[in-house]
Structures are given as C-alpha cells and as structure tokens.
Write a protein that binds this ligand. Structure first.
Ligand code: ADP
Ligand code: MG
Length: 264
C-alpha cells in the first residue's frame, strides 16, 4: 500500500515547488519509487522535476472517447485504458510522473473517466509514495475512486490572510468528506521569525503546523535559470527544511504502522 501526500493551497503559495522538494527528499531517503501526480491542468511540475510530458490523462481520455467505437470487439476497453495510461507515464530518476491534464469538468462520471480513474488507482499500488500537486480547488479530489489521502498538506504564505485561506481549504476538504489521514499546514516563503500575530491566527484556525519553509534565494535562482529541483544545492535551506519534515512523516508512518491512517 503506497502512502499518499497531496498538496493544496492558493495559487502561488509554492505547492509545485514543495511537491518537487518532497519528491527529491523521498528519493534521497530511499523511499523509491515515487509517483508524482500532477492534478493541476495549468501546472509545471514536470519542468520543476526536469522531465518532458507529451501526453496527459485528459488528452488520452478524449482520444479514447473518440476512438472507442472503432475498437474491435475482441479488445477489452480495460486493456486499452491500461496501455494508454502507460503512454502518459514519464520516467524520471527514482520517480515517475503522470500529468492529469485538462480536468474532466464538474460532475463528469462518464464511463471513460471511471475507467481511467480505476487504472490510476491500480497504478498507484506500484509505488512506495504518491505525491500529488493540486490546483487551488479540491472538488476533483472528491471524484477519485478508491484512494484516500494520508497527508493533506495545505500551503500558506506568510500572512494572517493566507492562514485564513488555508483554513477555508481545510474546511472544504472536510465538507467534501474526503478521506484524509491528517491535514497539516506548511507556511512557505518565511522571511523572518513567526510573529505572535501569525502564531495567534494559526491557533485560531486549529490548523496543525508541520513546518515553516524559508524564502530561499537558491529556489529563485533555479526558477530563473530553468533548472530542475535536482540541481538545487544540497545545502539549500528550503530543501533542508523539507527533508526534515519528510523524515518526520516517514517515521510517523513507520512508528504507527499506518493504524491511524485511512480512518476517514
Ligand atoms: N521557499 C521558497 N523560496 C523562494 N521562492 C519560492 C519558494 N517557494 C516557492 N517559490 C517561488 O514562488 C513561485 C510560486 O511557486 P509555485 O510552486 O509555482 O506555486 P503554486 O504551485 O502554489 O502556484 C515560484 O516562482 C517559485 O519558484
Ligand atoms: Mg503549481
């Protein structure tokens, strides 16, 4: 059974960057293979991970819908979908990436969609950890088939307003009745000590803080030069902080043997 981590948060808070940092940390901790799931249609997780994508689940689903009437009777649709998903899977060093592409639209429970979701669920079982980058909204998560989320990490910027938005995202996740083991907060791009006001606003929301991640100049440099997360120097402060909380998550999973997970 793989452990799944999903990142959520307002646009620009650093979800994609943290997702990539978590993936690098898991690889360096030997928790391979890792499946990176890019569930943000406008995302660039592949660029940050330094790999190219040619097909997405969304584009394959459209092809499948278009071509389905032409498939010969002897060919099982399930097999076709399974083959297609492998076409969209990009291999990296220690991880694979699957980009979801264009969303299926609200309330899309069509046959093709259900088949694709079923195979993504099956595929996830081949990995140790699954790390999912998301767009700000989370409705699409409620349309997953059987998979639950072990850790939902909500990313906020370094402001009381940002913390409030993070708590609204938590409320939405609860409202959607997503099955989540733990919901934890990450405050990103921190450029000074957490002040009393910010600590108070976090307390008020009842959100549990997993970690702060500093504003890191080496990430801005990486971004500007178009390098990948694997080019980031190993003494990068953000990488060190992410590695630290990833170890925490790994050891919690180990200690508790997953008993507390998937409680819903
Ligand atoms: N800890 C950090 N230090 C410096 N820059 C960061 C940090 N986290 C994210 N960024 C930068 O902030 C911008 C937005 O980050 P991104 O991960 O794309 O956000 P999101 O996926 O939430 O929209 C990017 O330019 C990224 O390089
Ligand atoms: Mg993003």
């Amino acid at each position: 059974m793989s452990i799944s981590v999903a990142l959520a948060g307002k646009g620009g808070t650093g979800k994609t960057t943290l997702c990539a940092l978590i993936i690098r940390s898991l690889i360096e901790e030997g928790k391979t293979p890792v499946l990176a799931l890019d569930a943000d249609p406008n995302s660039n997780l592949n660029e940050v991970l330094g790999v190219k994508i040619t097909k997405t689940v969304g584009s394959l689903r459209e092809e499948f819908k278009r071509d389905a009437p032409r498939y010969s009777k002897g060919m099982y649709k399930d097999q076709i979908v399974e083959m297609n998903i492998h076409q969209a899977l990009v291999e990296g060093n220690g991880f694979d990436l699957l980009a979801m592409g264009r969303g299926e639209g609200p309330g899309c429970y069509c046959y093709a969609n259900t088949l694709f979701r079923k195979y993504i669920d099956v595929l996830q079982e081949n990995y140790n950890w699954v790390v999912m980058d998301n767009e700000a909204g989370m409705e699409h998560l409620s349309r997953r088939t059987t998979r639950d989320i072990d850790f939902l990490l909500i990313v906020s910027d370094f402001s009381p307003k940002g913390i409030l938005t993070a708590s609204r995202i938590r409320d939405l996740a609860l409202e959607l009745k997503l099955k989540i083991g733990r919901i934890l907060l990450i405050v990103n791009r921190v450029n000074s000590e957490l002040d009393v006001k910010l600590i108070e606003s976090i307390k008020k929301t009842g959100l549990e803080i997993l970690s702060c991640v500093n504003l890191d100049a080496s990430i801005s440099e990486m971004d500007l030069s178009g390098e990948s997360i694997f080019d980031l120097p190993s003494n990068s402060i953000a990488l060190t902080q992410v590695k630290c909380f990833v170890r925490k998550l790994v050891s919690e999973i180990g200690e508790l043997k997953g008993d507390w997970l998937k409680k819903g």
